[in-house]
Design a binder for this molecule. Structure first.
Ligand code: BDR
Ligand code: CA
Length: 309
């Protein structure tokens, strides 16, 4: 199996991404889960990660990382994710605790001790990953790939140009995008096409315990989507895992992509050189489309695996 580290801020869609990865141990070995301030403050989202793992009985090392961006103050996603960062289901308190190490320390340990190169799956702001790459440049050659959720080369969701994960920490994102490590980007271009609709949410609630819990997560999460005028709810973060499991479900385009850190109306934008106006070579595989039904089936199947355990 491919060793991965999931760096996250759960987060409704983060939770589904984690469940999707854990249900496919033949393909993905989740070596660690690291947390970063994003959808809510660090304490809350770390607690959500632990509660989720406890609920599905997976004792995976969880380490707390950066509470906020490299510069400035944390902007949270409370509007979409609620006061806990993962409002909806009433999950029991966690039996697990975070490890007694900083996220960066745990990542370095996992990467250095792994026989195979490790794939990073950042699905929150990129603060931890930037700190890792700057602080421990030797680990770079042991990183196979970064499959991240963030950005969008067509539009943003916090401002007209910036997506949340990049908007929260543009400086960190720029370090990661310019690192030279192969990046596959699940941005809004594809994740808004990876939507789940109410009838699927109702169907989940008729199934086993874990599916039902995800149905409750999505009931809460879809309130915000409807507020925005969307019929479906975008399953952003699960795309970054789904691409590792079933790349054939996605269509992509490769571009040179960098991050705007200064713009008056474009701070946090993922700027793609779509018309080859620079001499830079493509550094990012940008996912643009997905077979939505097959993607939803992948998620249903994964949740069924958890239901049976
Ligand atoms: C991203 O922001 C967060 O709210 C979600 O968890 C996802 O990672 C979508 O813009
Ligand atoms: Ca997230």
């Amino acid at each position: 199996a491919r060793p991965i580290i999931i760096d996250c801020d759960p987060g409704h869609d983060d939770a589904i991404a984690i469940l999707l990865a854990l249900a496919n141990p033949q393909q993905l070995e989740v070596k660690a889960i690291t947390t970063v301030g994003g959808n809510q403050v660090l304490e809350k989202i770390t607690n959500n990660a632990l509660k989720l793992l406890s609920f599905v009985d997976k004792d995976i090392p969880v380490a707390k990382g950066a509470p906020g961006p490299l510069l400035g103050k944390l902007v949270t996603g409370e509007e979409a994710h609620g006061d806990s960062g993962m409002d909806g289901p009433d999950l029991p308190a966690s039996r697990f605790k975070p490890v007694d190490k900083h996220a960066i320390e745990l990542m370095v340990e996992v990467i250095r001790s792994s026989e195979q190169k490790v794939t990073l799956v950042p699905i929150g702001p990129l603060t931890n990953i930037a700190l890792l790459l700057k602080g421990f440049p030797d680990v770079k050659e042991k990183i196979e790939q970064i499959s991240l959720m963030g950005g969008g080369i067509s539009y943003g969701n916090v401002t007209s140009t910036a997506e949340f994960n990049i908007y929260v920490d543009p400086e960190a994102a720029r370090i990661v995008f310019e690192s030279g490590i192969p990046i596959t980007m699940s941005g809004l271009d594809v994740t808004d096409k990876a939507a789940i609709y109410q009838e699927d949410i109702e169907a989940l609630k008729q199934r086993g315990e874990v599916s039902h819990m995800v149905g409750e997560l999505l009931d809460f999460y879809s309130i915000y989507s409807r507020k925005l005028g969307f019929e479906g709810s975008s399953l952003h973060d699960p795309c970054a895992i789904a691409w590792l499991l079933a790349p054939e479900l996605f269509q992509s385009e490769s571009y040179y992509v960098t991050i705007e850190t200064d713009g008056r109306v474009t701070r946090g934008m993922t700027v793609a050189d779509r018309r080859k106006k620079t001499d830079e070579t493509a550094n990012v595989q940008v996912l643009m489309d997905v077979d939505r039904e097959a993607f939803i089936k992948l998620i249903f199947d994964a949740l069924a695996v958890h239901d049976e355990n």
